[in-house]
Design a protein around this ligand. Sequence first.
Ligand code: AMP
Length: 517
Amino acid sequence: MNRFEELGVRPKVARSMEKLGWTEPTPIQEMGIPIGISGKDLFGQAPTGTGKTGAFASVVLSRIPAGSDIPSCLILVPTRELAAQVTKVVIALSENTKHRVLAVYGGTRYDRQIRFLEDGCDIVVGTPSRIIDLVDRQALHLEAARELVVDEADRMMDMGFSDDLLKIVGYLPSKRHSMMFSATVSEETDDLVERIMNDPSRVSLESQDEEEPLTRQYFVETPRKEKIEFLRTIISNGNPKTMVFCSTKAMVDSLYETLSQDELKVGAIHGEMPQIRREKTLRGFRNDRMQILISTDVAARGIDVDNVECVINYDAPLNPEDYVHRVGRVGRAGREGTAVTFVTPKETFRIRKYEEYTGVGIEKVPHKKVKSLHVSNQELKELHGETKPAEGGTRPSTGPVKGIEFGTVSIDMGKKNGIDRNDIVKFVVKHAGISDDRIGHIGMSSDRSFIDIDETCIREAMGRMQKRKLKGHPVKVETAPSKKKDKDKKKRYRGGSIVAFSTCRIIYPTRDILRCR
Ligand code: AMP
């Protein structure tokens, strides 16, 4: 029995997982697969790069028969690229089970998809608009789809797919099994969970991470017209494999022309490009025929390239969620990476927003140091040693104070009570009577918060905080499940073939940032 079979995966599927070189489950797989296989609804808070596709694909393939006339499973994703990528994984894992899998998304031909559906199909992976379109044409029948997966639910909401999604769920049987994954949790995702799921088990990777961030994050303050020179400097220094993000299609095109004239190996993708061209460019980037890929946010969703070394936000993203998704292109599968954001002097306030959202310090790189911004790890460390903390008091996160064992307590207040991590730190310091360096990571959901506190003083701290008021509300403090087991688990992954899955690069200890503000 291999490790996946032990979690309940069908042997035929487990063998395919092994064939992909997966010998140990990732944390989201270890936690999510048994829940999914048992038939309980599952909500997983997990960003890309954690192995969530393998988690839901193996569950679905273990639960539904092959050879049906109409689909037994629908997997909804926000973008074409993600649809293609998820389909690839599902097909690879169904090699022995012979499930028939179809990807449906815009920019591809209808006739082939309709023929495939007529011949019988078990699993459909697709974007909301094309799915509605095919249902309207009576080519796709979803009344037997008793397995539903919603991937990247937060992104789906951001892209305005809420109504489409609910419409599609209305086509499905009401007695079904649903799994939903999202990198972030918000009121909107909570609302969606409420509407389409049945008392799901929640699995969150957010509060487990106590590792050093794998991605170093920097920003360069520069007038718009000087950005190009800084970009040239960074990409010519060590030739990192780089993704460059722009906010508009026009900017992608213009940058592509400029860099092509520099005779760099560069490709560009944006939403208005024909799908075939986008896929060809992506293949070129994945196979290292191109060093640089310029992209808009939408086009970059779901791109599965593990060895990107550097992300450059040529245009600073408007919202922190996009920042997280862009920066998530590096630091995948245990590799280190660098993210550099260009901001014009008027945009520097955005950096603070990203920091607040991610809980990670973003270090300012002075102009004369940009040439040292080389993504080879060694040189980066040197740069770290040289640079001073950014103006405004930010500095890179250094992780929890070494040597402290943390336990976790939970309180019955979260984001919807109008509190943030700063309020929690102040509350703990004031009422528990401990200094802020005894406080580790703070995870927050809409109605609860999880606080890591030095284990040696946690009991006393809990007693002192019990029923103390925070924003007028008497706080109920409880012990949260210990993370020690998870830490041990991680060590095991590190030593095995997975090598340090960065289970969550989004939320890191906030203490370092809070302390210096
Ligand atoms: P995902 O989060 O689904 O995009 O997966 C991220 C990457 O992890 C992909 O390249 C997968 O092929 C890889 N992966 C998924 N599960 C495992 C596993 N158990 N062991 C090793 N690699 C994995």
